[in-house]
Design a protein around this ligand. Sequence first.
Ligand SMILES: [Zn+2]
Length: 115
Amino acid sequence: MRRNEKRTRRIVKHRAGDLCERCGMVFGQSAHHRKNRGQGGEWSPTNIVWLCGDGVAGCHGWVTAHPADARTTGFHVPWWEEPAEIPIRSLLHGVVLLADDGTVTCYPDAEEANR
Ligand SMILES: [Zn+2]
């Protein structure tokens, strides 16, 4: 396991309180790359979320099976966008931006931002 991966797993699990960062209901079981590794997605706390299930079950399975909805909710980030700038809509955290130090910041909703 590479150093970045080890560090990121530790930070992300702590951020999540070990719970799934999508549903917040059950313990997470797997690390999900918001931006795919093959598209330059890194092992960093902005790009990794801790999800229940795996590639076919739970929230990790949901993300894999519903790419469009996963993009709307920030769990999938296309290669041309920066994970640090795309909020996730999480039942655990709310609507937040993820930072590399493991903190989360509330993201203003669109209405508020346009005022
Ligand atoms: Zn879940």
